[in-house]
Design a binder for this molecule. Structure first.
Ligand code: C2O
Length: 535
């Protein structure tokens, strides 16, 4: 079997050949004429890309140089049975046997078959490390940290699921989802640790195998009891799904448009964590980038990737429903952004984001589970009145004001401030006089990550007690969890955190300014600089 090996091409000069972006995919389409800014790949532009800073990977599909014929996406027959994705911890032996069989067949297909497992895993590698340029442009294409995150991954596992089903002749086959957001699902599901199944995988952190409770906001190992970890996880989910996600961009990620200038770098709550955090938590601590799950170029080689992403996909549905679809993106540039995937009949299909918004039209849905995080609204760690008193005293304390960890200007040094220690910034509350309904947002802007290690810092508002740092307390505003890599171009990252409910609960929504604390939690934060904090 010819395999796409991950050749180390570090020394090779990465040159993009002029003219690669011509060809079928470079043709200006109808949309192009009306000036669309939708994003899509130029499939003939595939080139080696960096999996890690020190690892150039070359995994372009066979024959990519010439444009291939494709068909436009069509919805599956609405008469065909709905595929119901069920939680992986609750599926029965028959289902596991069926999935196991489908996956073994998929793994036995030769690499030239786009349905093969190696090619499926490569899809993620190609799109997630920036191996493609955009159509009509040599701007890199990226599918992380923007509003394309949810739809691209939905497309990927949609086709993956249908291929698996077709390999065993079962059109009801549905992927399982790893329900890590609910207590029963907060361990790696058993089916993935059975060493006689095709779900088994050795490149995982052995200390995180069952019965270890997953840490949805993972930084490093703790000694928390399972009960405490579960409580923190639920409070964290509340922040990421409810109070921190009351505005489209906060959940979906930033607005990404075509061309060099159109790129944005601003992930949504769920993508930051649990998504990134759990990738890191699963990956093996013995590998330099916690491969395989810990890096995007290798992540989809681990079968648990697909259950992880089924849950991400499900949470997108949960969020859409919670807002009665009112927060769905309506921008035609998002709806018309497109990708290509092979379907179960070996046809190359062009599929638009607008095609994949409605899962029922796509022929699948999720078995519902009880979601205890919905009611986990956290409480302030200090009575708000007392807290305000203490903050004012702190402010008067000149010594503390002069210390380098306490600054009163929201714009940090011109070069950006390194996050080698915790940093508290006084920020004017510009939202004080604005419409009540408008979601108040804190922006930690100009984040630059220089190293190649997993980076994580947490953000707190009006924090008083450095020992009460946990998503269980209302002062917690959100987190920055970052896996370096992804061919994103050079743009710095903006972290946006929705804080209306938090400010209300801290009784700070009418205050003239608030204190925002950035709390580095990984040593790699010394390679991170931040441009400033604003509201
Ligand atoms: Cu493309 Cu879970 O990442």
């Amino acid at each position: 079997m010819s395999h796409c090996s991950c050749r180390d091409l570090t020394k090779m000069i990465l040159g993009k050949l002029e003219g690669w972006s011509l060809g079928k995919y470079g043709v200006i389409t109808e949309e192009g004429k009306r000036g669309t800014k939708s994003v899509g790949p130029n499939m003939t532009s595939c080139h080696p890309s960096y999996g890690r800073k020190d690892l150039l990977v070359d995994c372009c599909p066979p024959g990519f140089q010439s444009p291939l014929p494709f068909v436009d996406f069509q919805f599956p027959d609405p008469q065909s049975p709905l595929r119901i994705r069920r939680p992986a911890h609750a599926v029965d032996v028959d289902y596991i046997a069926k999935y196991d069989k489908a996956l073994s067949i998929m793994k036995s297909l030769p690499h030239h078959d786009p349905r093969s497992f190696s090619r499926q895993a490569n899809l993620h590698r190609l799109f997630c490390t920036g191996a493609y340029d955009q159509q009509n442009s040599n701007a890199p294409l990226s599918i992380h940290r923007t509003w394309l995150f949810f739809p691209w991954h939905r497309m990927m596992i949609y086709f993956h699921e249908r291929i698996l089903g077709s390999l065993i002749g079962d059109e009801t086959f549905a992927l399982p989802y790893w329900a890590w957001d609910i207590p029963q699902g907060m361990v790696i599901p058993d089916m993935y640790t059975n060493n006689s199944s095709s779900f088994y995988y050795t490149m995982r952190d052995v200390s995180h195998l069952p019965p270890q409770t997953a840490d949805l906001n993972y930084v490093s190992d703790t000694n928390l009891s399972p009960e405490d970890q579960i409580d923190i996880n639920l409070a964290f989910m509340y922040n990421q799904m409810v109070s921190g996600a009351r505005k489209t961009e906060l959940f979906m990620g930033c607005t990404y448009k075509a061309g060099k200038e159109g790129y944005c770098n601003g992930p949504g709550t769920i993508e930051l964590a649990p998504h990134n955090a759990l990738h890191t938590w699963i990956g093996s601590s013995l590998n330099p980038g916690r491969e395989d799950m810990g890096k995007f170029y290798s992540a989809a080689k681990d079968p648990i990737f697909y259950a992880h992403h089924a849950n991400i996909d499900r949470l997108w549905e949960v969020w859409r429903e919670a807002h009665k679809q009112q927060l769905d993106i309506k921008d035609p540039d998002w709806l018309d952004s497109f990708f290509y995937f092979y379907d179960e009949n070996l046809r190359l299909v062009r599929v638009k984001v607008g095609d994949v918004v409605d899962t029922i039209k796509l022929g699948y849905s999720y078995e519902q589970v009880h979601r205890p995080w919905l009611n986990m609204r956290p409480k302030p760690s200090y009575p708000p009145k007392l807290a305000r008193q203490m903050l004012k005293t702190k402010e008067k304390n000149k010594l503390e004001m002069l210390s380098r960890t306490h600054v009163s200007s929201p714009e940090l040094d011109t070069q950006g401030r390194a996050l080698d220690a915790s940093l508290t910034v006084k920020v004017r509350n510009h939202w004080r006089k604005k419409e009540k309904e408008e979601e108040k947002v804190i922006v930690v802007h100009g984040i630059e990550v220089k190293g190649d290690a997993y980076v994580k810092f947490d953000v707190y508002v009006n924090l008083i007690d450095q020992f009460k740092i946990s998503p269980k307390f209302r002062e917690f505003a959100g987190t920055f969890a970052h896996i370096p890599g992804g061919g994103a171009g050079k743009k710095k990252i903006d972290l946006k955190l929705g804080v209306s409910e938090l400010l209300e609960d801290l009784e700070a929504d009418q205050d003239e300014s608030i204190w925002v604390t950035l709390l580095p939690t990984t040593p790699s934060c010394s390679n991170v600089t931040v441009g400033g904090v604003r509201m």
